[in-house]
Design a protein around this ligand. Sequence first.
Ligand SMILES: [Zn+2]
Length: 335
Amino acid sequence: MPSDHDPLLAAGIDLGGTHLKLALVRRDGSVAARNEAPIRTAAGADAAIAQIVERLHALFDAHGVSRASVVGVGLGCPGPLSPSRGLIIRMANLPGWDQVPIRQRLADALALPVTLENDGNAAAFGEYWAGDRTCRDLVTFTLGTGVGGGIIQDGRICRGALENAAELGHTIVVPDGLACPCGQHGCLERYASAAAVARRVEEAVRAGEPCALAGRIRAGASVDSEDVAGAVEAGDPLCRRIWLEACALLAVACVNVQHTVNPRRILLGGGMALAGETLLAPVREAYARRRWTLHDDYAEIALARLGYDAGVIGAAGCAWVQWEETGGAGERIQG
Ligand SMILES: [Zn+2]
């Protein structure tokens, strides 16, 4: 519920390929209310926008939140998109998502200001804005279905001239490696996402390699990165090989990020980071082994703090910042 001291809230929305997350977030980054539902983005933008509006109104109603107490709405979703134009350029390879002016459509439907941000950037901003604000230069890898990236420089999201910076999942870590649906080969996310490690274990089992998870996979059950991490901890050789290769390639990406933007901290989040030390220790070890010795400008590698909520909190944080920068606080004070 809204606090007695500051009843104002921002709404954060994290729109994924199959999941919709909503949260009402206070100015200090704490979550007042949240809601989560499956969403079928494959059904196109019109259906998704209708569902977002319906769920957000339901969240307002369930918690007695009046429209006047909501400073704005932040939406995080996968790129490519244009935050400045409020446009989703494409959504994976799904039909019905080309050039969708989602910011304006949501603003019209909700009668609230809306900001649009890449979901990887939103997660990074959440870790900064609702986490340790003394660390103003950080990079996040969100290891989920793909690998989301976000770069915070001096407390602000780095977007790049063409608004598509920090697509760290599509940095090439294996020249001529596995094909990626993005059109490149050897992208980080083909090896080091939660989905990729599970998929690679399944493929190896189907190719006949022995594995502790083979029985389940051959029985037609799907496995996820938590299953793989469990098998790694139990010493399964196949899972260890695939997991440690993912960690080594993540470490390569960390070295490259160190030399590109020189962050104070690199945070690992998303489903694969649920493995905790099983992920962190080998990435740190490989990073220490592969980085240069010319200078000690090393990044601290750590687990993301907000975990599953980083994207939705960060999206709300973007709405808060827009409200502050457009004079929202002043208008309120002046009444
Ligand atoms: Zn790619």
